[in-house]
Design a protein around this ligand. Structure first.
Ligand code: PRP
Length: 183
């Protein structure tokens, strides 16, 4: 699905395709600067981070490798418990590696808080977080995040990896979903 075909189900574009590309380049430059001379393992959280990971990793000059985790939080319906289940773990050991967690969005912060602690406990040399979007008003826990692309309002957003019922991930912008779609 592209923007044209989804347009009638969206109320507003929050981050345009051009803004995404500009910000990704800025974030990549920060990473290149901080990790100059080092090798980094980028850990993407499926599935939302796929688009951001694809763009960010290709914008980097430093040597990187890539691994993925799939997580889901226990709890009923929309209430997140903060207890996370690993649906797909990393393929390789991370002991002694410089890890950057690549996230599409920080909502409550519960997923990231757990992931940061977990990867640190596995003996990574360092663990930093780069998130493309963050909803400050939705935070339930404070998570130390190194880089954020955009802080956004607490609205239901889709596109650039983010879905509603697995739809809209392929939009090239981040947009607010019309409440009529889910009410
Ligand atoms: C989203 C997002 C983060 C998490 C953030 O994933 O990709 O991983 O939720 O929420 P939190 O800060 O409240 O923990 P989701 O569970 O929707 O899976 P998906 O990426 O496969 O769509």
């Amino acid at each position: 699905m592209n923007f044209e075909s989804a347009k009638s189900q969206l109320t507003k574009v929050l981050v345009t395709e051009e803004q995404i590309q500009t910000r990704v380049a800025e974030l990549a430059a920060e990473i290149d600067k901080k990790y100059a001379g080092k090798e980094v393992l980028l850990v993407g959280v499926l599935k939302g981070a796929v688009m951001f990971m694809a763009d960010l990793s290709r914008a980097l000059n430093i040597p990187t490798s890539m691994d993925w985790m799939a997580l889901s939080s226990y709890g009923s319906g929309t209430v997140s418990s903060g207890v996370i289940r690993i649906r797909k773990d990393l393929d390789a050991e991370i002991h002694g590696k410089h890890v950057i967690i690549v996230e599409d969005i920080i909502d409550s912060g519960l997923t990231l808080s757990w992931l940061q602690a977990t990867l640190t406990s596995r003996g990574a040399a360092s663990v930093e977080v780069v998130a493309f979007l963050r909803k400050p008003a939705a935070a339930k826990v404070e998570v130390p995040v190194w880089l954020v692309g955009y802080d956004i309002p607490n609205e239901f957003v889709v596109g650039y990896g983010l879905d509603y019922n697995e739809n809209y991930r392929t939009l090239n912008c981040v947009a607010v979903l019309d409440p009529k779609v889910y009410s």
